[in-house]
Design a protein around this ligand. Structure first.
Ligand code: HEM
Length: 427
């Protein structure tokens, strides 16, 4: 039963539904083309695809914001029944497997699965750490990490596609490790966590490839998570014994104002997992996407090299262009009319950030990469209560690494497989 008819009798073809639900990361061009079709023909469309719960696909900018700004109508984790909804879109069999083995759809106690007061409490654990004013003090350290990452490839001047990929992968990981105040002794634990199937890693989510059999690889992931939680517990204890000036200390020592007690360790684990997963692949993919965009647009590279004050604009356009998080799923808690469609309580909606970011009603020439785009109301970080808490850190990371790297670049090009190559000037 691949496709359905929505109330306006628009049939969503199966290949469109598959492209946005199952194959989202297999082929970006197909994915974007499917989103364009949906925006034009069925911006709020109910689809039933074999193996998945029926879902409402929401692909236009205004409607994405309308869903995101009403968390009491569209819950992330099941509203007053926590753990009964999964904000990540995976197969029904995989959700059933989680329910059977864990009794919940909440894979970890992290903020993206929480609603209402619980969400506020989890967020409060981080105090003001993620605010721009606090992050300003981190800039020299981030710059040090950026410099060290670039220096890995020096004194050579030619970075092939594998070098560029490794650079884009490692730099954000090393920033996160620095933020967590950790030495390289934990790098293998972190690397195992971020080597997830693409779909879920970039959704900031947890293991569960949409096409995989439920339970497949569960032993592998149990081991990865077991190692990670053991490492987190060691770090938590170390920070409680000897506090440092780092994020690990902030979450390990946070006190719940309602109870006067520490927050549960599972919530601290949730923060570690969020930082390492949601904070890594997103930034990594955006950096790679920006370099790819520049490789095919020498005039934009020349412009930003001539005038580094354009770098924040390059970052914003890169975020719009790449939109590394494809979607989040919400459950409809109360019947709601969205763009003329009656959404029944209990069903699920999926909001597509890359689609909002290419909506021609909001962005002139949305398929043109323009680092001077103004205004640029991109929504790669989402919107509303769950809007990315790490957005200022992500912008800082991207700006700083581009400030360090761009002046060294002689040229960027594509190799015969489409990989990005960089030639650096002598330092
Ligand atoms: C280019 C980089 C990034 C992008 C595009 C991005 C995007 C997003 C998006 C779309 C959401 C969901 C928003 C929504 O539902 O409305 C989100 C949530 C989140 N992000 Fe990011 N993110 C990035 C970097 C980071 C970093 C660096 C961190 C942390 C170090 C982080 C931590 C989180 C967390 C914890 C949430 C859940 C927030 C909540 O549910 O309240 N992200 N991010």
């Amino acid at each position: 039963m691949p496709t359905t008819v929505n109330e306006f009798n628009t049939v969503v073809p199966e290949d469109i539904a598959r492209a946005v639900i199952v194959d989202g990361f297999a082929d970006t061009a197909d994915f974007l083309a499917a989103l364009e079709w949906l925006r034009e023909n069925a911006p709020v469309a109910r689809v039933e695809l074999d193996g998945y719960d029926p879902v409402w696909l929401v692909t236009t900018y205004d409607e994405i914001l309308e869903v995101e700004r009403q968390p009491e109508v569209f819950s992330a984790g099941g509203g007053d029944r926590p753990g009964t909804h999964n904000p990540h879109l995976i197969t029904r069999a995989e959700d059933d497997f989680s329910l059977e083995t864990m009794g919940t759809l909440r894979a970890v106690d992290s903020i993206e699965y929480a609603d209402g007061d619980e969400h506020s409490s989890m967020k409060s654990m981080t105090g003001s750490w993620f605010r721009p004013v606090s992050l300003r003090a981190l800039e020299p350290e981030v710059r040090e990490v950026a410099d060290a990452s670039i220096s890995t490839f020096l004194p050579g001047t030619q970075l092939d596609a594998a070098d560029v990929a490794e650079f884009c992968f490692s730099y954000p990981l090393h920033v996160i490790m620095r933020v967590l105040g950790e030495s390289s002794s934990y790098e293998s634990v972190y690397r195992a966590l971020v080597h997830m199937p693409d779909e879920t890693a970039t959704a900031g989510g947890l293991p569960g490839d949409g096409e995989a059999e439920a339970g497949e690889d569960s032993d592998y992931w149990a081991e990865v998570f077991g190692n990670a939680f053991a490492a987190f517990d060691r770090i938590i204890q170390e920070r409680r014994d000897a506090p440092k000036n780092d994020f690990a200390t902030v979450i390990a020592s946070a006190i719940d104002p309602h109870t006067g007690e520490r927050f549960p360790d599972s919530w601290i684990h949730g923060w570690y997992i969020s930082l390492i997963t949601a904070g890594h692949a997103t930034t990594s993919r955006t950096l790679a996407g920006i370099l790819l965009a520049l490789a095919t647009r020498p005039e934009q590279l020349a412009l930003v090299q001539r005038d580094p004050t354009c770098i924040p604009g390059l970052v914003s356009e890169g975020l719009r262009w790449v939109s590394p998080i494809r979607h989040f799923t919400r459950r409809i808690e109360q019947e709601y009319v969205l763009r003329g469609q009656l959404l029944p309580a209990g069903e699920r909606v999926v909001v597509y950030f890359p689609s909002g970011n290419r909506d021609p009603a909001v962005f002139t020439d949305p398929d043109t990469f323009d680092l001077l785009r103004s205004p640029n109301k991109q929504i790669a970080f989402g919107y509303g209560m769950h809007q990315c808490i790490g957005q200022h850190l992500a912008r800082l990371e991207l700006r700083v690494v581009l400030e360090e790297l761009l002046p060294l670049i002689e040229s960027i090009s594509l190799d015969e497989t489409g990989g990005v190559e960089i030639r650096l000037t002598e330092r």
